[in-house]
Write a protein that binds this ligand. Structure first.
Ligand code: HEC
Ligand code: HEC
Ligand code: HEC
Ligand code: HEC
Ligand code: HEC
Length: 211
């Protein structure tokens, strides 16, 4: 009897140990999936652009340049995304066979509905952040190739300029922030690099970006 007990006890202990390890690992995996994937995704709402505008169609196929639609005005303000009237220069009537173009002409151009108020901005910042494109366009002066320009815009933006279909837009239900908004540390990293080279305008004092 005594001999038998001595043999079984350690085996049972090992088995129990393995089982609770197993339960721990499963619990951990479930918690990680919940915490990193399920909950953050429940927090997000997906929205669609008002018109599935294709950058590739206009830039690569029609040969348009970025500044025809995105430009800095004489007063330093930035045009942003185009207005219905700016698009209607070419789309006053239906030109091609694409159903999305026909929808744009019928729903916006012919009714005078302003599309600029409806474009979803992937890089939209909260109201308490001050940003000016004019101050950040210095490096563009040397760029001509749309690919190089798109690459520069993409230091802060997702690269919509080389997409045929607008990327999915996701917004946090609580904060209303776009998932693709550049975060504070990302702005500050570039400012720090420029400060290290002696640029005092690219400051990381709070009031630089929060007015
Ligand atoms: C310089 C002229 C020009 C301007 C400005 C312009 N487009 Fe176009 N667009 C075209 C041409 C040419 C085509 C290809 C023929 C077609 O499908 O009508 C096209 C195609 C389209 C299409 C169908 C293909 C696609 O992109 O899915 C849509 C939708 C469209 N344009 C919307 C717009 C919107 C919205 C604006 C303003 C932000 C705009 N366009 C500005 C010339 C222009
Ligand atoms: C015919 C007009 C037109 C031209 C030309 C054009 N864009 Fe756009 N762009 C738009 C419209 C409309 C939007 C808003 C809808 C969207 O994001 O798809 C936009 C949005 C953007 C955005 C903002 C994305 C965000 O955060 O919401 C960037 C960056 C951009 N374009 C870069 C470029 C670059 C780079 C080029 C040149 C290679 C270019 N665009 C040429 C019409 C144009
Ligand atoms: C240094 C970072 C940075 C660079 C570089 C940059 N942007 Fe932006 N862009 C932003 C930020 C930040 C916003 C959001 C501003 C806001 O919400 O107040 C924005 C917003 C926009 C918008 C939407 C504006 C609106 O309100 O309608 C367009 C369009 C756009 N950018 C185009 C471009 C294009 C085109 C380029 C390259 C030629 C470019 N951006 C380069 C940071 C940048
Ligand atoms: C790719 C590098 C880069 C990124 C990313 C960047 N900045 Fe800048 N920023 C600069 C540089 C360089 C200057 C100084 C421009 C000059 O010398 O005129 C500047 C200047 C500014 C200024 C002007 C300060 C003043 O007192 O006039 C503001 C405001 C600003 N940035 C806000 C932002 C915000 C907000 C973001 C993030 C959404 C951002 N920047 C991301 C490079 C960057
Ligand atoms: C270079 C620009 C820049 C500077 C400098 C800067 N911020 Fe920000 N800040 C941002 C941007 C962009 C956001 C929005 C994106 C985010 O939440 O990260 C933000 C967001 C915030 C928020 C709100 C966070 C939220 O989730 O709503 C607080 C609070 C804040 N900043 C405090 C500060 C303080 C304090 C300083 C100085 C120590 C500072 N910021 C300096 C760009 C800047």
């Amino acid at each position: 009897m005594e001999e038998r007990n001595n043999k079984t006890t350690p085996a049972v202990a090992v088995d129990k140990g393995l089982r609770s390890w197993g339960a721990f690992v499963v619990g951990l995996v479930v918690a990680l999936i919940l915490g990193w994937w399920v909950l953050p995704n429940l927090m997000k709402v997906t929205k669609e652009q008002p018109i599935a505008f294709s950058h590739v169609e206009h830039v690569q196929k029609q040969g348009m340049t970025c500044v025809e639609c995105h430009f800095v005005r004489a007063d330093g303000s930035f045009s942003g995304a185009p207005t219905t009237a700016e698009c209607a220069v070419c789309h006053s009537t239906v030109q091609g066979k694409h159903p999305e173009e026909a929808r744009f002409v019928h729903d916006y151009v012919q009714t005078g509905r302003e599309i600029k108020n409806e474009w979803l901005i992937y890089q939209k910042q909260p109201d308490n952040v001050f940003f000016s494109h004019a101050l950040h366009f210095g490096p563009l002066a040397e760029l001509k190739d749309p690919k190089e320009i798109a690459a520069y815009c993409s230091t802060c933006h997702i690269n919509v300029a080389e997409t045929d279909v607008p990327p999915v837009y996701r917004e946090n239900r609580l904060s209303g922030y776009s998932e693709n908004t550049m975060l504070m540390w990302d702005c500050e990293r570039c400012h720090a690099e420029h400060m290290a080279k002696g640029n005092t305008v690219a400051s990381n004092a709070c009031f630089t970006c929060h007015k």
